[in-house]
Design a protein around this ligand. Structure first.
Ligand code: ADP
Ligand code: MG
Length: 357
């Protein structure tokens, strides 16, 4: 297994890029630690597959280097990098049996037959495919074919890393959950470096030790699920993670306070004056609805009861403001919003600003 360094990687599919907009990856400079489970999370088109293919060696980046344990592998092919990659759609041999499909990557690498037998049997078991081991892949369902595809990645024990590109897209929701749990177990047991691409936050947050959030060809934050929740480093992270996402409100900084919709709120830290776009971010979970006169007046648009809590969607001075109200907590007729101290984040041109003290 290996530590993977992406050293100032940028990529354009255009051979003659004219501007930033021509780059699918703007600049990615990052280390993937040996043995960690990462999720690469971001909306469709943000560059996840491009980045994964650069790590695996299916693509050469237009700029920058890929290093495995300090060794430059930028121009090495996937096989030479010893990477297993599982794609969004099944990549299998229809005319081979399930068992032969799983054995194939091992035979290719001249693994001794006895080891092949053992590894294949374990993988079949794990994927619940033992009963179909001797069936031709051709006749199987889309789910089963994708499981074979997963198995072809998982069967190898010698890999530097296993990369998964939205591998469960074609799998039904229950099976998805089962397979994801199995991948996680497998990670605990064997400690492979795993990179799991998804556009689904639940999938990312339940699978990974560290989540890498991408947006518009850039990595905007790498963090634990808690860090992404508590301190989104970019308004996009706040918005993309959480349900509903973080509230983002225009704001002005004045005399140690934040002025939001004409109301002044004290801030915990000190911020220097910031030119340009300043916004305040507060998670709906940290918005308290009261009838206390010191709160900010909210217009309620809808209340959605989801059992353990209610989601109140409203506006503050014409801007959307959502609150999550725990079960049993009343919602006043004319609610006012208080923000939990210390939970207000300040953003300058969409990036988090740390207080000075
Ligand atoms: P994701 O996997 O996050 O959906 P991709 O890495 O596939 O994103 O794509 C990133 C950007 O690069 C998108 O704008 C996409 O249209 C563009 N792109 C992807 N593959 C190609 C290609 N082969 N040729 C040209 N543009 C591409
Ligand atoms: Mg993709």
């Amino acid at each position: 297994m290996a530590r993977i360094n992406l050293d100032h990687i940028a990529h354009s599919y255009n051979p003659d890029p004219k501007s930033e907009a021509d780059f699918a990856l703007r600049e990615v400079h990052q280390t993937w630690e040996d043995g960690s489970a990462y999720a690469l999370l971001g909306p469709s088109g943000c560059g996840k597959t491009t980045l994964l293919n650069i790590i695996s060696g299916l693509m050469t980046p237009s700029h920058g280097q890929v290093l495995f344990d300090g060794r430059d592998v930028t121009s090495l092919a996937t096989e030479a990098r010893n990477i297993a990659q599982v794609f969004q759609f099944p990549v299998i041999y229809d005319t081979m049996t399930v068992r032969e499909n799983l054995a194939f990557p091992l035979r290719n690498r001249r693994v001794p037959e006895a080891d092949i037998k053992k590894r294949v049997a374990e993988t079949l078991e794990m994927l619940d495919l033992t009963a179909k081991a001797d069936r031709k892949a051709r006749g199987l369902t889309a789910d089963e074919k994708q499981k074979i595809s997963l198995g072809r990645g998982l069967v190898r024990s010698d890999v530097n890393a296993i990369l998964f590109d939205e591998p469960l897209t074609v799998i039904d929701p229950h099976m998805k959950w089962v397979l994801r749990s199995q991948l996680k177990q497998l990670h605990r047991r064997f400690g492979f470096t795993m990179v799991y691409v998804t556009h689904d936050q639940t999938e990312a947050l339940t699978f990974a030790d560290k989540v890498v959030v991408m947006y518009g060809g850039e990595v905007v934050q790498v963090g634990t699920p808690e860090e992404l929740f508590e301190k989104p480093r970019h308004t996009f992270v706040g918005y993309f993670i959480g349900s509903p996402g973080m509230n983002v409100l225009p704001c002005a900084l004045e005399d140690g306070g934040a002025v939001i919709a004409g109301h002044r709120l004290p801030l915990e830290g000190r911020y220097r004056p910031l030119p340009g776009k300043v916004e305040a971010g507060i998670r709906p979970e940290f918005v308290l609805l009261t009838d206390d006169a010191s709160g900010l007046p909210i217009q309620v648009r809808s209340v959605l009861d989801v059992g353990r809590y209610r989601v109140v969607r409203g506006t503050l001075g014409g801007h959307d403001l959502n609150a999550v109200v725990p079960e049993g907590m009343p919602i006043p007729a004319e609610p006012r919003a208080l923000f939990e101290p210390g939970k207000l984040n300040i953003y300058h041109n969409s990036h988090l600003v740390e207080a000075e003290g």
